[in-house]
Design a protein around this ligand. Structure first.
Ligand code: SF4
Length: 332
């Protein structure tokens, strides 16, 4: 493999010399990770030469999640083909696809004893299928090595690559997750290479191909959006068959990234969560430290329970749910 540094571009990360960095409020601060479980997860990820979005995105929840072995695996390398203004993952020319990665990933999930795993990736606009085939290979390896483990994929938008969505739906993950990230007005500055309508339309396409897959999406707040715009995105999500919405506070990775325009208070998150529930999502998670993979295992069980409750509500059809785990408290 070539040295990583030859392939990385940082030209888009120019700090604004006049920018004022807001001080983090107390509800954002987290303790440095020190637990035995954290160390074990770190050692295993390193030993199997895997990448995690927990590290690449400098996630504030890493101490809590890794102490329980909950790492979100990032496949297809650690160099992204896009330059999103919010994201800490390196940009440049990505590495070749590693055909051994799906099995190493499955071995890690088995060693960590996970019951639910989230797999994500960098954007791979350089690949003919956007990386969809590799996601499918990961799901296949997990099904063979860790039967009973439920699988959530957090994918790129695949840039209209022919057959990509079909490959994902056919591989039948339990959850299809694609983050809209922000309101459409901010796409040009925050999520430059993406298209809001295209991202939204992925969900009904997946649902039409496999109606049993749960659909999930996430938003960051604090980037300069208005509450009215967030509510409109919620309406768009419900109109595009999204079951589960996560909302969390945007944090600026470096001074060259998009600034935090404001810190949204826990009370405002509670109001957003209530507004989303009123719109009929099966599940909503909204808090300053919510990330799309935060507590994904517990939330998946809640999602199953919520679908069962809704399916068996008076006047609903009796669709059978493919449940792998134990039902938990329905968050609806
Ligand atoms: S919230 Fe997700 S990305 Fe952050 S540490 Fe937990 S599993 Fe990793």
């Amino acid at each position: 493999m070539h040295p990583r540094s030859e392939y990385i571009s940082t030209a888009h990360l120019v700090p604004d010399p006049n920018a004022v960095r807001l001080r983090k409020p107390p509800w954002i601060r987290v303790k440095a990770p020190t637990s035995e479980g954290y160390r074990r997860t770190k050692d295993l990820v390193q030993a199997l030469d895997l990448r995690t979005v927990c590290e690449e995105a400098a996630c504030p929840n890493i101490g809590e999640c890794w102490s329980q072995g909950h790492a979100t695996m990032m496949v297809l390398g650690d160099i992204c083909t896009r330059k999103c203004a919010f994201c800490n993952v390196a940009t440049g020319r990505p590495q070749a696809v590693d055909p051994g990665e799906p099995q190493r990933l499955a071995d890690a999930v088995a060693a960590l004893g996970l019951t639910h795993v989230v797999i994500t990736s960098v954007d791979r606009d350089d690949l003919a299928d956007g990386g969809a085939r590799h996601f499918a290979a990961c799901i296949k390896a997990l099904r063979a090595t860790c039967p009973g483990v439920t699988v959530e994929v957090l994918t790129p938008d695949f840039q209209r690559k022919a057959g990509a969505v079909e490959m994902i739906a056919e591989a039948a993950p339990d959850v299809f997750n694609h983050n809209l990230e922000t309101v459409p007005r901010l796409y040009r500055t925050v999520r430059r290479a993406a298209d809001y309508a295209h991202s939204l339309n992925l969900f009904p396409r997946v649902r039409a191909l496999n109606s049993r897959i749960f659909t999930k999406s996430g938003l960051m707040v604090g980037l300069g959006e208005t509450n009215r715009e967030v509510l409109t995105v919620m309406d768009d999500m419900r109109a595009h068959d999204i079951d589960f919405l996560t909302i969390g506070q945007y944090l600026q990775p470096t001074l060259g990234h998009h600034p935090v325009e404001r810190f949204v208070s826990p009370d405002e998150f509670a109001e957003l969560e209530a507004a989303a529930r009123d719109r009929g999502f099966l599940l909503v998670s909204a808090s300053p430290l919510t990330r799309s993979s935060y507590h994904a295992d517990k939330d998946f069980r809640r999602l199953q329970a919520a679908r069962r409750a809704r399916t068996h509500a008076p006047g609903q059809s009796g669709e059978v749910d493919r449940s792998h785990g134990q039902p938990s408290r329905a968050n609806v």
